[in-house]
Structures are given as C-alpha cells and as structure tokens.
Write a protein that binds this ligand. Structure first.
Ligand code: ATP
Length: 365
C-alpha cells in the first residue's frame, strides 16, 4: 500500500492545459475520488498516477519515492478502464491471468491467485466463459479482478460504472466498496457522478477546467462548499445575490432582494472567510435547510412567497417558491404534512442563520 503525493503538477497537450498547479495528498488505504464535469482533467490526472502520461511540470510520489517518470509497468498500480478494455477473444481466466503471465508468475501460483480473485468478485463459475458472452456487470467484475490479481499497491478506477444501468450501478458500487475494504488498498475513483462520489468516498477532490477547487470529506464538501461551482456541482442548492451590511462577532447582517430584506448569518457555523475587497460573494442554502410553512411566520430570516410548482418524488417533495421574483427550491420529506400545500398559494420560508453559507462566486453566471 502507498500514499500518493502530487506536487505542483501540470499537464499540457500543446496549448491545452488539461491539469494545472495540482497539489494533492492521498493517504494510504484511502478511497479518494476525482469528481468534476467532462473535460475537467480527472482522467489526465489518473493517467499521470498510472504512468500513461508524464506531467509537463511537477512531481508524483508514491510514499517517499519519486515516480514522476517511472513507466506504468514498474508502478504496481491496477487500473480499470471505463470501457473495461478486456480481451474479447479470451476467457475470463485468461483475461485475469494475463498480468500474472506477463510478470512470469509460475502457472500453479497463477491458477491459485486467479481462482481466489474470481471468488472475491463472485465469478468463480465463469472462469471458462469467453468475456464476450458476459453481461456488462460481469465484464466489470472481470476488469476489477484483472486489476486486483496483481496485488497492486494502488487501484485506479476510471468511471468504472458509467456503462451500467442504474440498478447494476448501485450493486457494483457496494461491490467495489466491499473489495476495497477487503483489500484495504489505496484507491482513486474517477467519476462525474456526484451521488457516487458522496456515497463511496473517504475524500473527494472537485475539479473544473483543470483546476482542483476543493478537497474534503463528502460531508465537508456538501456542507461547506469552497465556492459556487462546488456548491452547484454537488447536490441541489439555492443561490441568492446579497450584500454584506455589518459583520459582528457571531452574526453577519446581509441584505437581499435589492436591499429590501435583511437576513442574519451565523458565520461561526461554518469556515467563514471575510471576502477581499473585489471578491464577489453569494448566499447559498441547500433546499432541505429551508423551513416551509403554510402558516404565517414572523421573525428573523423569514420570507413570504408564492408556490409556483410542487413536485412529488416519493420519499420527498420539492416545492418551488417565488419570493418577489427570486425562485427558491425547498425539499421536504414525505413524512411532513404537505397535503395542504397548493400551487399559487402563499407560504412562509425560514432560512436558519446557521444553515446559510456566504461563499465566493467564481462562475460569473
Ligand atoms: P471525461 O469525464 O469526459 O473523461 P475528464 O475530466 O477525464 O473528462 P480529461 O480527459 O482529463 O478530462 O481531459 C482534460 C482536457 O485535456 C480536455 O480539454 C481534453 O480535451 C484534453 N485532453 C485530454 N487528453 C488529451 C490528449 N491526449 N491530447 C490533447 N488534449 C487532451
């Protein structure tokens, strides 16, 4: 097992800078996810760790060892590709055994290790099957077995579930977590799916346009996004343009809706950083943090609005409320009594002072 360190890493393809000024420390045994939209540099970073690309600048270390220009076959990493990259004309056994044969492992040892790993991915009965005769989920397991059988120090998974249907994806998520915990192997998982990232990872790095915007646990990233890009990429969020009026020891007074309404924010409830003079900031609040009532509410941080849309999603209901032209989304659990809510009726919203975040606005939208 190994920790991984990226120090000031950059990768350029001609004029395209795919990854820039990247500093990351991935701990031994950690399940670490690279999350971000298409083209943000996730795969390029993974490939620099695998050795398929060498960085244009910076250093890649496994533990203390400088691996920056070490070729892939000397890195002891196992990789699962998005399209699996299995050998279609070979059997399951032959696919999984391939890496061991290349490493000149004795055939009796190969048989034992392939059998063990096929057991781990629950494919022991399929050993002699051609991989072209397997389902997508089974092929995925073969790809995992092939990566794991060489007993790598590091497991690299590049969008491994994106070709599977929703139900199978759920199953394979659990399977990957089980294997990772059995092998206790340092794992990097690339995905653009925030639900996968939140549910599977010890920590997540959120990327956009080649830049890493935040590294943290799923809870940290969800509850304290570093900026509006991270906040909107992970989960649902309401943004409200705002202006800071006063900053006290515990409370910031802000104004919204062109100064017509004042709100209070408890800045000790999150990692608040006072904005620089020219920095744009925005109020953000998660839809489930807003309290909605059809009864008049008075007092601090209360807004009156009109229901524009009610959508039922089984376990929860989503209500879109128009507050003087500002659209706010509120999510409520189905267990709440919402049957009295009607379109175009007035409701009152409370924005708890400790659930509001004031964050840098970088997206320019
Ligand atoms: P996806 O989720 O779509 O795979 P990604 O986040 O993994 O995207 P990368 O594949 O790392 O993104 O690509 C980052 C940027 O670098 C993109 O703009 C891409 O077009 C560019 N890029 C990647 N590989 C190459 C290459 N071999 N030659 C030129 N440009 C490349």
């Amino acid at each position: 097992m190994a920790s991984i360190n990226l120090e000031n890493v950059q990768k350029a393809f001609g004029k395209v800078v795919a990854v820039d000024q990247l500093n990351l420390e991935i701990k031994e045994g950690e399940f670490f996810t690279f999350l971000g939209p298409s083209g943000c540099g996730k795969t390029t970073t993974l490939r620099m760790i695998a050795g398929f690309y060498y960085p244009s600048k910076g250093v890649v270390r496994f533990g203390e060892k400088d691996m920056t220009r070490v070729p892939p076959e000397k890195r002891n990493t196992g990789m699962v590709f998005q399209n699996y990259a299995l050998f279609p004309h070979m059997t399951v056994f032959e696919n999984v055994a391939f890496g061991l044969k290349v490493r000149k492992v004795a055939s009796s040892e190969i048989k034992k290790r392939v059998k063990d790993v096929l057991g781990k991915v629950r494919l022991e009965k399929y050993s002699d099957r051609q991989v072209s005769q397997l389902s997508g989920g089974q092929q995925q397991r073969v790809a995992l077995a092939r990566a794991l059988v060489i007993e790598p120090e590091i497991l690299l998974l590049d969008e491994p579930l994106s070709n599977l249907d929703a139900k199978l994806r759920d199953e394979m998520r659990t399977e990957i977590l089980r294997l990772q915990s059995d092998y206790h192997i340092t794992t990097i998982y690339v995905t653009h799916d925030q639900a996968e990232a939140l549910s599977m990872s010890d920590r997540i790095a959120v990327f956009n346009f080649g830049v890493c915007h935040q590294v943290g646990t799923p809870l940290e990233i969800y509850n304290e996004p570093a900026n509006d890009f991270v906040a909107s990429f992970i989960g649902e969020i309401n943004f409200i343009p705002m202006k800071i009026e006063n900053t006290g020891e515990k409370t910031i007074e802000i104004s919204i809706l062109d100064g017509t309404k004042k709100l209070h924010v408890n800045h000790t409830s999150f990692n608040y950083r006072k904005p620089n003079d020219n920095e744009d900031v925005i109020l953000s609040i998660r839809p489930e943090s807003i309290k909605l009532s059809s009864q008049r509410m008075e007092g601090m941080n209360t807004l009156e609005g009109k229901i524009e849309l009610i959508q039922f999603f089984g376990s929860m209901i989503e209500v879109l409320v128009n507050v003087n032209g500002l659209m706010l989304r509120v999510n409520m659990l189905n267990s709440n009594n919402f049957s009295n809510l009607q379109n175009r009726t007035n409701v009152w919203l409370n924005l708890p002072e400790d659930r509001i975040r004031i964050i840098p606005k970088i997206s320019g939208e």
